[in-house]
Write a protein that binds this ligand. Structure first.
Ligand SMILES: Nc1ncnc2c1ncn2[C@@H]1O[C@H](COP(=O)(O)OP(=O)(O)OP(=O)(O)O)[C@@H](O)[C@H]1O
Ligand SMILES: [Mg+2]
Length: 350
């Protein structure tokens, strides 16, 4: 198969419940080995989209294609998808090995082939030593790996993951998502996963689909989504940013009136500009450019950095900076800042 051929295609997918439109005209292609993430706030239609791919929810209109064949009206077990549910949904009365073997019996694996496949999966997720345990005797991270092994045992064309890390503590979540990404890349499985956590989407996905109220707002690489958001919604949903409303003049200067002036070599006219907080620095940390006087309205310590909200003549500006031991400025202090023009991005006009 050509490496750009879509393994999974959604065509104009819609789902309405009585008077709610859960998913609205979603079209996507996911290519072989790609990790595609659906990201968006609660209720935007992520799980509904995933469940339509798995076959647990019937679309109101539109279609789902897997490896080129239309599966819209096929039962879930005939779709060549494997799903890991948010709650893992392991069978509590079965051991780890029995959980992994479960689907294999149904598709006619002989006993010996089953044992081999289960062993291979246990090795893959590094759980050989726990094969005889029951789910209640496992940690959350181990249960997740069993659920993953059960889904992968069937060698599905498409793996579906719904909020795969949400039941895990913060440290384990970070480690497991790095491990899982490496594993999925190694076996080159095409994966569609859902999260409402922007950091998780950025680090885990090859491409991110930002959804809003059932619709696709932007599709792009993590860097594109973060650095060049297509809309104000995406800019604000993916991390912290300052938003400036102003005008680009004929001299290539963007100005919000009295407070902010930045070089911006763009077409003259009204402009909305976003600046991520890492492009705002204490004046002495950035060699050149206009200096702005700012009043600190909040300063929150996050360890490696502090997040500050600043007021520049009535305009809110957000800054991240490293202050050893958190000894940054206090609320009410006046500080001098510079804004790196490289970090100023104009949002496309709509
Ligand atoms: N069975 C249902 N009946 C009626 N409305 C539903 C049903 N399932 C989902 N919805 C509605 O469809 C919309 C999308 O729900 P969905 O579960 O897809 O959201 P989500 O993006 O996964 O949110 P979350 O991040 O909270 O899991 C919501 O408004 C929800 O209330
Ligand atoms: Mg959901």
């Amino acid at each position: 198969m050509d490496k750009n051929t879509a393994v999974l295609t959604l065509k104009n997918l819609n789902k309405t419940y009585d008077n709610t439109t859960a998913v609205d005209s979603v079209s996507l292609d996911v290519v072989k080995g790609e990790l595609l993430c659906l990201l968006g706030p609660s209720g935007c239609g992520k799980t509904t989209t995933l469940r339509m791919v798995a076959g647990f929810v019937k679309p109101t209109s539109g279609s789902v294609l897997i490896q080129g064949s239309d599966v819209t009206n096929q039962a879930p077990y005939r779709r060549d998808t494997g799903m890991v549910f948010q709650s893992y949904a392991l069978f509590p009365h079965m051991t780890v090995a029995q959980n992994i073997a479960f689907g294999l019996q149904n598709i006619g694996f002989a006993a010996k082939a089953q044992t081999e496949r289960v062993h291979e999966m246990l090795q893959l997720v590094e759980l050989e030593h726990l094969s005889k345990r029951f789910p209640a005797e496992l940690s959350g991270g181990q249960q997740q790996r069993v659920a993953l092994a059960r889904a992968l045992a069937m060698n599905p064309a498409v793996l579906l993951l719904d909020e795969p890390f949400s039941n895990l503590d913060a440290q384990l979540r970070v480690r497991l998502r790095e491990d899982l990404r490496a594993l999925l890349k190694r076996i080159r499985i095409t994966t569609l996963f859902v999260t409402h956590d922007q950091e998780e989407a950025l680090m885990f996905a090859d491409r991110v689909v930002v959804m809003r109220s059932g619709r696709v707002e932007q599709v792009g690489s993590p860097a594109e989504i973060y650095e060049t958001p297509a809309t104000r919604f995406v800019a604000e949903f993916i991390g912290w940013c300052s938003l400036f409303e102003g005008v680009v003049d004929g001299q290539g200067v963007f100005t919000t009136g009295k407070s902010i002036r930045l070089p911006l070599d763009h077409k003259p006219g009204p402009a909305t500009v976003i600046v991520r907080p890492e492009y705002v620095k204490p004046a002495e940390a950035l060699g050149s450019g206009p200096v702005f006087e700012a009043r600190v309205t909040s300063n929150t310590y996050y360890g490696a950095l502090c997040r500050l909200r600043l007021d520049v003549s009535g305009q809110e500006v957000l800054m991240e900076a490293h202050y050893p031991y958190g000894h940054g400025p206090s609320i009410g202090d006046r500080i001098e800042i510079r804004i790196d023009p490289k970090g100023a991005r104009r949002l496309p006009a709509h």
